[in-house]
Design a protein around this ligand. Sequence first.
Ligand code: HEC
Ligand code: HEC
Length: 155
Amino acid sequence: MVSSDHLGPGEEGQIMVTVTTEGKKGPVTKTVQIRSNDPGKPLVILKLKANVLDPFHKGVHEAKEIFRTPCSRCHVEKGLGKSGAFLYQADCLLCHRRGKSAVSISEMKRLTREELEEIIKYGKPDTMMPGFSFEIGGPLTERQINSLVRYIKGR
Ligand code: HEC
Ligand code: HEC
């Protein structure tokens, strides 16, 4: 956003730039190109640099914390009302993917349906895997958990 699109020689104006940091971590660069009919410098490139700090993922947390604010905004809300693959993507993939601490779906698949159900419902002690069952304060209904077991075994 520019305060004025007409500036006489030597005049000043302001440019407002918004950098969205949601979902970003570490160094972020945004470039802005300013074109004008200035004969000496028709193009000026501004580089804005920022370092996005992640306030959520440092320090030690208890697994169940992801169900409460502020964590729930990313770890629970996106899965509300979803099931199967969509629910897996929203609630599970954050931790269960290559490069992260938890196993990927291809390894999870070797567990039996009963084992999967048990772990998804009640969690895995001494790990960051919380119990997702509604019965014990988690966000997922019996039906949603069954849909996940079916999705995982069906892959
Ligand atoms: C702004 C969204 C957001 C919020 C808020 C958030 N998380 Fe996350 N979390 C993510 C994403 C995205 C990932 C996937 C890992 C990544 O991409 O770095 C993740 C991954 C994780 C992981 C797995 C990390 C790993 O390397 O295996 C844990 C544990 C976790 N979050 C716990 C928490 C806790 C506890 C809170 C609250 C204090 C929280 N998160 C708040 C988005 C969020
Ligand atoms: C905050 C991170 C986090 C989230 C979110 C999460 N898990 Fe986990 N999960 C873990 C960790 C850590 C382990 C223990 C390490 C391991 O076994 O991979 C684990 C273990 C498991 C296991 C046992 C794997 C095995 O081989 O013993 C299953 C099954 C599982 N999770 C399924 C899920 C499902 C389904 C979801 C989504 C509803 C989910 N997890 C969400 C972190 C998470």
